[in-house]
Ligand binder design. Structure first.
Ligand code: HEC
Ligand code: HEC
Ligand code: HEC
Ligand code: HEC
Ligand code: HEC
Ligand code: HEC
Length: 510
C-alpha cells in the first residue's frame, strides 16, 4: 500500500513537472503572437507621444530591442507598463537602472491604461516594426518627406516635384495688389496730366503775356472744356472705370469675413511638420480638449516640457526656438532645474481661427460624435509650421493626392483622405458649414450616441411617434410609404446632418 502510494506520488510529481515544463517551453512570450495592426493603433494612441519603435530617444527610450532587454520578465514588463511604481517597488535591478538613466530628464513613466492583451499587441507591433524595415532607415526616409508649405513656396515652379504644387493652390489672391497698381498708375497719369496742363498754361500765359492776352480759365474749367471736346473717349473711359470698380467692389464685399490662408506670426517658430509628421505626435496629445469640449485648446508650456525637458535641439532652429520655451517657464537647461528667481512669462500665441461671437461651434460634436478628422477642416497640418487657416482648395487637394494618408490614421484606422468630403465654399464661412451639413451623411447605425438615442426613443410610445415623424420627413423617396408603417430596426441610412436639424439657424447662432 505504501509503495503504491509512493509510486502514485512520484507519478503525480512527474506529471506536474511535465506540465510546468511544457507550459514554460511552449508559453508564448508577450513579444509575439499578438495582432500587430491592433498594436500599431494602441501604440500610436498611448505610447507614441514618448516612445519610438526605433532605438531613437524621443521623450523616453526607443523600444527597439525591448524583447531582449526584458527577456523572461513578461510579468514585470506588464507591471511596468500598467504601474511603473509597482515595478520599481519590486527592486528589480534593470528597472532601477532605467530610472537612474531616464527619470531625471523625463520623469517616471505614467501608468498606462492598457490590458495585458493590449501590451501583447503593442509588443508584437514593436517587434515586427523593428524587424520589417520600420527601423531607423524607414523612419529617416519618411522624415525626409516631412516638407513644409513654406519650403514648397520657396521653390521655383520648375523645381517642384510632380504633384507637390497641389497644395500651393490659391496661396495669393492677387486681386488687391492689381487694384493697388491701377490706383498708382492712375495717380501717376493724373500728376503728369496736371503738370502737363500747368506747363501748357504757363506756356500759353507766357505767350499771352507777350500778346497781352491771358488764359483766365480755372483747371476745372479747362478739364470741362477738354472733356467736352473729347466726348466719345470720356464716355467709354467712364463706362470702363464704372465696370471695373463695380467688379472690384463686389469681390471685396464678398471676401469680407473670408480669411482662408491666414497665417499670423507666432512668438515661437513652432513646426507642426516637425511634431506631427516627423515625430508622429497625435493632434490630441497637444489639443487635448477637442474630443470632449467646445474648444480644441492650445497646449500650455507644461505640455511642451513633457518632451522638451529632454529635447533641447531642433533640426531646423537648433537651440534658439526651444530656448524660448525655457524662458517662458523659467527652466535652466544646464542644470535641468526650474528656477525660482525668475518670473514666468506665458507664451502668448496669436489666434488663427476666429468665428464671430454670434456663432456657436463645438469641437466634440464634430470630432467625437461626427467622427470627422481634424484635417477635413484644418487641411494638411502635417505640412504646416505654425497654425494656419486652410483653404478649401488645399483640403480638396488632400483628397486628390494619392500619396496623402496623413500620419495618424483617420476614422477607424482608414487612410485620412478616404474619409474626407469635397466642399466648395471658403472655410469658416456660413456657406461652408451648411454645405457640409448638407453633404455629410450621419452614420446612425454604428454611432453609439444615436444607437442610445434610438433605444430611448423606442422605449416609449410618445418617443416612437416622434421618431416616426422625424424619419418620415427624411425617408428617401424610392422607399414605399407602406414599409414605414412598422418600426424600422435601424435608422434610415441616408440621413444628412441637415435632416437632423443642422440647417436650423438656432443650432449655430446664439
Ligand atoms: C509620458 C511619456 C510616456 C508614455 C506615454 C509611455 N511611456 Fe514608457 N517610458 C517613459 C519613460 C520616461 C521611460 C524611461 C523610464 C522612466 O524614466 O520612467 C519609459 C520606459 C518604458 C519601457 C522600458 C524601456 C527600456 O528601454 O527598457 C517600456 C517597455 C515602456 N516604457 C513601454 C511603454 C508602453 C508600452 C507605453 C504605451 C502603452 C508607454 N511606455 C507609454 C515614458 C512614457
Ligand atoms: C467640422 C470642422 C472642424 C473639425 C473636424 C475640427 N475643427 Fe478645429 N476648428 C474648427 C473651427 C470652425 C474653429 C474656429 C472656432 C472658433 O473660432 O470658435 C476651430 C478652431 C480650432 C483651434 C483653435 C483653438 C480653439 O479651440 O478654438 C484648434 C487648436 C483646433 N481647431 C484644432 C483641432 C483639432 C486638433 C481637431 C481634431 C481633433 C479639430 N480642430 C477638428 C473646425 C473644426
Ligand atoms: C511629445 C513630445 C513633444 C512635445 C509635447 C513638444 N515637442 Fe517640440 N519637439 C519634439 C521633438 C522630438 C523635436 C525635435 C524635432 C526635430 O527637429 O527633429 C521637437 C522640436 C521642437 C522645436 C524645434 C523645431 C526645429 O526643427 O527646429 C521647437 C521650436 C519645438 N519643438 C517647440 C515645441 C513647443 C512650443 C511645444 C509645446 C506647445 C512642443 N514643442 C511640444 C517633441 C515634442
Ligand atoms: C506638439 C504639440 C502640437 C501638436 C502635436 C499639434 N499641434 Fe496644433 N498647435 C500647437 C501649438 C503650440 C499651436 C499654437 C501656435 C500656432 O498657431 O502654430 C497650434 C496651433 C494649431 C491650430 C491653429 C489654432 C488657432 O489659433 O486657431 C490648429 C488648427 C491646429 N494647431 C491643429 C492641429 C492639428 C489638426 C494637429 C494634428 C494633425 C495638431 N494641431 C498637432 C501644438 C500642437
Ligand atoms: C466637414 C463637415 C462639417 C463642417 C465643415 C461643419 N460641420 Fe457641423 N456637423 C457636421 C456633422 C457630420 C455633424 C453631425 C454630428 C452628429 O451629431 O452626428 C455636425 C453637427 C453640427 C451641430 C449640431 C447639430 C445638431 O443637430 O445638433 C452644430 C451646431 C454644428 N455642426 C455647427 C457647425 C458650424 C457652426 C460649422 C461651421 C463653422 C460647422 N458645423 C461645420 C459636419 C460639419
Ligand atoms: C451650420 C451653422 C449655421 C447655420 C445653420 C446658420 N448659420 Fe448663419 N452663420 C454661420 C457662420 C459660421 C457665420 C459666420 C460667417 C462669417 O463670419 O463669414 C454665420 C453668419 C451669419 C450672419 C452674418 C452675416 C455675415 O456674413 O457675417 C447672418 C445674418 C446669419 N448667419 C444668419 C443666419 C440665418 C438667418 C440662419 C437660418 C436660416 C443661419 N444663419 C443658419 C453658421 C450658420
Amino acid at each position: 500500500m505504501k509503495r503504491l502510494l509512493a509510486s502514485f506520488k512520484k507519478a503525480a510529481i512527474l506529471s506536474i513537472t511535465a506540465i510546468t515544463m511544457s507550459t514554460s517551453a511552449f508559453a508564448v512570450s508577450i513579444h509575439e503572437g499578438g495582432d500587430a495592426a491592433k498594436g500599431e493603433q494602441l501604440f500610436k494612441a498611448n505610447c507614441a507621444s514618448c516612445h519610438k519603435i526605433t532605438d531613437e530617444v524621443l521623450a523616453a527610450p526607443g523600444l527597439k530591442g525591448i524583447a531582449d532587454r526584458w527577456k523572461g520578465k513578461d510579468e514585470l514588463l506588464v507591471k511596468w507598463v500598467q504601474n511603473p511604481n509597482a515595478a520599481i517597488a519590486t527592486g528589480d535591478a534593470y528597472v532601477k537602472g532605467l530610472i537612474a538613466q531616464y527619470a531625471a530628464n523625463f520623469g517616471v513613466m505614467p501608468g498606462q491604461a492598457v490590458t495585458k492583451e493590449d501590451i501583447n499587441h503593442i509588443m508584437t507591433y514593436v517587434a515586427s516594426g523593428a524587424s520589417a524595415g520600420g527601423g531607423a532607415g524607414a523612419q529617416a526616409a519618411s522624415a525626409d518627406q516631412c516638407i513644409t508649405l513654406e519650403d514648397l513656396e520657396k521653390l521655383e515652379p520648375e523645381d517642384l516635384e510632380e504633384g507637390q504644387d497641389i497644395y500651393l493652390v490659391n496661396q495669393d489672391k492677387g486681386g488687391s495688389s492689381a487694384f493697388i497698381w491701377i490706383v498708382i498708375i492712375a495717380l501717376i497719369l493724373l500728376v503728369i496730366g496736371i503738370s502737363g496742363a500747368n506747363i501748357s498754361r504757363s506756356l500759353k500765359n507766357a505767350q499771352a503775356e507777350s500778346e497781352s492776352e491771358e488764359d483766365h480759365r480755372s483747371y476745372l474749367q479747362m478739364a470741362k472744356d477738354w472733356m467736352w471736346k473729347n466726348k466719345k473717349f470720356v464716355s467709354v473711359m467712364g463706362l470702363f472705370l464704372f465696370c471695373y470698380f463695380f467688379v472690384v467692389g463686389y469681390g471685396t464685399l464678398m471676401d469680407i469675413g473670408v480669411y482662408e490662408g491666414y497665417n499670423p506670426e507666432q512668438p515661437i517658430w513652432f513646426s507642426h511638420a516637425a511634431h506631427v509628421c516627423k515625430n508622429e505626435i497625435d493632434c490630441q496629445y497637444c489639443h487635448s480638449s477637442a474630443a470632449k469640449s467646445k474648444h480644441a485648446g492650445i497646449p500650455s508650456v507644461n505640455v511642451c516640457m513633457n518632451c522638451h525637458k529632454g529635447i533641447k535641439n531642433g533640426a531646423v532652429t537648433k537651440e534658439t526656438e526651444i530656448a524660448k520655451i525655457y524662458e517662458a517657464i523659467g527652466f535652466d537647461p544646464k542644470t535641468g532645474q526650474y528656477r525660482t528667481d525668475v518670473e514666468k512669462k506665458p507664451i502668448v500665441w496669436n489666434k488663427v481661427h476666429n468665428l464671430p461671437d454670434h456663432v456657436y461651434f463645438n469641437h466634440s460634436q464634430h470630432v467625437t460624435v461626427g467622427k470627422i478628422d481634424c484635417r477635413q477642416c484644418h487641411g494638411p497640418v502635417d505640412l504646416y509650421t505654425t497654425g494656419r487657416q486652410a483653404t478649401t482648395a488645399q483640403i480638396n487637394a488632400m483628397i486628390k493626392d494619392p500619396n496623402y494618408k496623413g500620419i495618424t490614421s483617420g476614422v477607424n484606422g482608414q487612410p485620412v483622405a478616404s474619409t474626407l468630403i469635397e466642399l466648395t465654399k471658403p472655410t469658416l464661412t456660413m456657406g461652408w458649414c451648411i454645405e457640409c451639413h448638407n453633404k455629410s451623411k450621419v452614420d446612425l447605425a454604428s454611432n453609439d450616441y444615436y444607437v442610445e438615442m434610438h433605444e430611448r426613443y423606442k422605449s416609449t410610445e410618445a418617443g416612437r411617434r416622434a421618431l416616426r415623424g422625424l424619419l418620415q420627413e427624411n425617408i428617401n423617396e424610392e422607399r414605399e410609404a407602406s414599409s414605414w408603417g412598422k418600426m424600422p430596426d435601424t435608422l434610415a441610412p441616408s440621413l444628412s446632418v441637415k435632416g437632423l436639424g443642422g440647417w436650423e439657424c438656432g443650432k449655430c447662432h446664439y
